[in-house]
Design a binder for this molecule. Structure first.
Ligand code: GFB
Length: 294
């Protein structure tokens, strides 16, 4: 089995690729925003790249650091895809996200709708940077005949996530806040109205599906990886509160953003290829994530 380079190997998804064929590195060894460093890393006879590295965050951090979200992701993706081409790496999977779709578009979200309009303002810098990875992959297919691919996961959660309260995604932020509220006997404050709907997929499921995409997916269009099950933020809060045995007060801070109201995806493409794939149920995935965090 040849060497597969995993970028973002310490992160939420990257850390779930287990096997001797996977090569990891830390951002201290290579800053993927730096072209020279990226080329040096990629010039090592890799057979494939699973590109998970990105500057990511929840709605708060996406709204507060748009310049960094744009620049870091544009540099990382451009360097990774160009260095893979330059050093004849045959296979690459890059990560988009269901949050990069247009805000005003006919639901459900399908792979052909990525560029049909502006993304939600709360994370438009991130969304446009990610969309350019799709443009670059298509351009390299047309000019160089490369069959690089990209996956479009919904919100991902699991162990080893970024649990930072201000900049993390909703699930890890709420787990961390609920832990503090329970331990210090203070209220648990939730952002927004709780009404927005989200789809969540467990990180271990994303890794399994991405491995399949790397070795077996041949279409030259991105593929959505999601459960297509919408859940409200309020429902997420209820499950986390129950699993963490929080008995205190829950407070809703309506001064905080709701972000996009919903982004319902259509997962029929992945299901047509893997009809028997069993997604980890949300309750089970949250239980495992909370146990890891505690
Ligand atoms: O994961 P999240 O921050 O980002 O979820 P998005 C935001 C939703 O959760 C909003 C509510 O409706 C928030 O009001 N929420 C409630 C909270 N409490 C909290 C909290 O303590 N922290 C956070 N963060 N949210 C992301 C994109 O959008 O989707 C990313 O910004 C990424 O780029 C991800 O692609 C998949 O789900 O709104």
């Amino acid at each position: 089995m040849k060497k597969i380079l995993v970028t973002g190997g310490n992160g939420l998804v990257g850390s779930q690729f287990i096997g001797s064929q996977y090569t990891y590195f830390s951002s201290k060894e290579c800053d993927l925003r730096n072209t020279k460093e990226t080329e040096n890393l990629f010039n090592n006879n890799f057979e494939g790249v699973i590109h998970c590295a990105a500057k990511v965050g929840g709605v708060g951090s996406n709204m507060n650091y748009k310049g960094e979200f744009f620049y870091d992701n544009i540099m990382i993706n451009t360097n990774v895809i160009e260095s893979a081409r330059k050093y004849n790496i045959k296979n690459l999977v890059s990560f988009l996200s269901t949050c990069i779709f247009p805000d005003d578009v006919e639901y459900p979200l399908t792979e052909d709708k990525v560029h049909l309009g502006p993304p939600h303002t709360s994370n438009d810098a991130y969304a446009y940077a990610k969309r350019m990875a799709d443009v670059q992959i298509r351009a390299y297919h047309e000019q160089y005949g490369l069959n690089y691919k990209s996956v479009i996961p919904s919100g991902i959660y699991g162990p080893n996530d970024n649990f930072d309260i201000e900049n993390g995604h909703v699930i890890p932020s709420l787990i961390h806040k609920c832990y503090i509220a329970r331990e210090s006997n203070t209220p648990l404050t939730i952002w927004g109205s709780g009404k927005p709907l989200r789809e969540f997929i467990f990180s271990k499921d994303v890794a399994k599906l991405t491995e399949w995409v790397l070795y077996h997916y041949e279409e030259n269009v991105p593929i959505i990886l999601s459960t297509a099950n919408e859940v409200s933020i309020k429902e997420i809060v209820n499950i986390i509160v129950e699993l963490m045995n929080f008995k205190g007060t829950v407070v809703w801070d309506s001064s905080k953003p709701d972000g996009q109201y919903r982004k319902p995806s259509d997962n029929s493409k992945i299901k047509s290829y893997l009809p028997d794939f069993k997604f980890t149920p949300l309750y089970e995935g949250l239980k495992e994530t909370i146990e890891w965090f505690e």
